[in-house]
Design a protein around this ligand. Structure first.
Ligand SMILES: Nc1ncnc2c1ncn2[C@@H]1O[C@H](COP(=O)(O)OP(=O)(O)O)[C@@H](O)[C@H]1O
Ligand SMILES: O=P(O)(O)OC[C@H]1O[C@](O)(COP(=O)(O)O)[C@@H](O)[C@@H]1O
Ligand SMILES: [Mg+2]
Length: 360
């Protein structure tokens, strides 16, 4: 049996743990040969692959990034203005691959679904710091990102407290607020602004004034996709050559300027950016990535193709690729962590009455 592995989309901590688990499990249990596909779908389009030996997959458990490389721009259906999908499928056959394990997020798995319809045997493994994939409670990379943001909040707290300032921290997450919400709760934020609930500037200012009257400083966590009521998400840049060209970012600074006009306090904004994605995975993400990796190997062994490994209520299972393709999992109004935040008096920038009506 000959199996390809690729990692697609933005890198995240735990990718190497997943590659290691998938490859070792296939080698040990199925005597499979593993072909590493370089730089996500770019490797299939540009025909760049290399064999992965058992030792290539050893010693990488704790390593951040991906030994295979990745791309969040290489879409075989729209690559530099042309459709390369037929060429990708014939390359897959010419390599003698029995299947490809595609480790990716919503975008990568949407592409995987389209390729599976063209006859490629694919098993998907979910990854992304954003945690925005449908049908799974978690994606690996998320826990590490939340830990990094939480540590940053702990650091912002002591400097914010010393200067009696409003400290804003902007997180990643695209159009979903999972990182901001979880890190905001873990870091004891006073205000958490999410893309799912457009905020009212007056409410944000009111929450800061309330904090100024007791603790004299405030901590705001804002997701990069957050937007004011009636407004739009802030775009950092629009890439020239990608089918999905929008990169969000900059809302932290905009919020700082707007808040300074409404408050007496000084306001400072920090954006963690790619620091949230780099470096070593947490123990949780190492175990999680290893579990989903070996489960993908089991699906391959059982010839269960066109499926994605998922984890719900701590149980591994799988769903069809089409169930996760072309969708984004947002924070729902009845989310447990959101309710925790609200119960603790953390503002989400909307008036209490709106909040209650949204939640019933
Ligand atoms: N809904 C979609 N359908 C098809 N391709 C998509 C979709 N969304 C994103 N893509 C493409 O998928 C690739 C990876 O997407 P990205 O969102 O960056 O990573 P991830 O796989 O982590 O979600 C990019 O080439 C992007 O253009
Ligand atoms: O690395 P880039 O191209 O700037 O992309 C940044 C985006 O990638 C992410 O870090 C991860 O997103 P994906 O998992 O969908 O790739 C987002 O949180 C962020 O908006
Ligand atoms: Mg994505």
């Amino acid at each position: 049996m000959q199996i390809g592995i690729l990692t697609g989309g933005g890198d995240c901590p735990g990718l190497n743990a997943a590659i290691r688990a998938t490859a070792k499990s296939l080698m040990l249990n199925c005597n499979a040969k593993i072909i590493g596909i370089e730089d996500g779908f770019a490797g299939l389009i540009e025909q760049r692959v290399r064999p992965l030996s058992y030792s290539d997959c050893s010693g990488i458990l704790s390593l951040g990034g991906t030994i295979l490389g990745t791309s969040n721009k290489a879409d075989p259906f729209n690559y530099r203005g042309a459709d390369h999908s037929a060429k990708v499928v014939s390359y897959y056959h010419s390599l003698g691959l029995d299947a490809v394990v595609v480790i990716g997020g919503d975008g990568t798995l949407s592409i995987a679904y389209e390729l599976s319809k063209l006859g490629m045997n694919i098993v998907g493994v979910p990854k992304t710091i954003d945690n925005d994939l449908m049908c799974t409670d978690r994606t690996f990379g998320f826990d590490t990102a939340v830990s990094i943001v939480t540590e940053a909040l702990d650091r912002l707290r002591t400097t914010g407290q010393s200067h009696k300032r409003v400290m804003i921290l902007e997180t990643m997450g695209r159009y979903a607020g999972w990182i901001a919400l979880h890190a905001g709760v873990a870091g004891g934020a006073d205000v958490i602004l999410l893309p799912e609930f457009p905020y009212d500037m007056d409410e944000v200012a009111k929450a800061c004034k309330l904090r100024a009257s007791d603790q004299q400083y405030s901590i705001i966590v804002v997701a990069e996709g957050a937007m004011p009521q009636g407004g739009q998400a802030t775009v950092r840049e629009t890439l020239g050559c990608a089918p999905d060209p929008i990169r969000l970012g900059g809302i932290g600074n905009t919020l700082k300027l707007q808040l300074e006009q409404r408050l007496d306090a000084e306001v400072r904004a920090t954006a963690l950016g790619h620091i949230q994605r780099g470096g070593t995975p947490t123990a949780f993400d190492r175990i999680f990535a290893s579990s989903v990796g070996q489960e993908a190997a089991s699906l391959i062994a059982a010839k269960q193709f066109g499926r994605v490994v998922v984890m719900n209520n701590n149980q591994l299972s799988n769903v069809m690729l089409e169930q996760v393709a072309n969708q984004t999992r947002m924070v729902p109004a009845d989310d447990t962590s959101l309710n925790t935040a609200l119960s603790l008096g953390i503002s989400i920038g909307v008036p209490a009455l709106t909040r209650i009506s949204e939640m019933v």
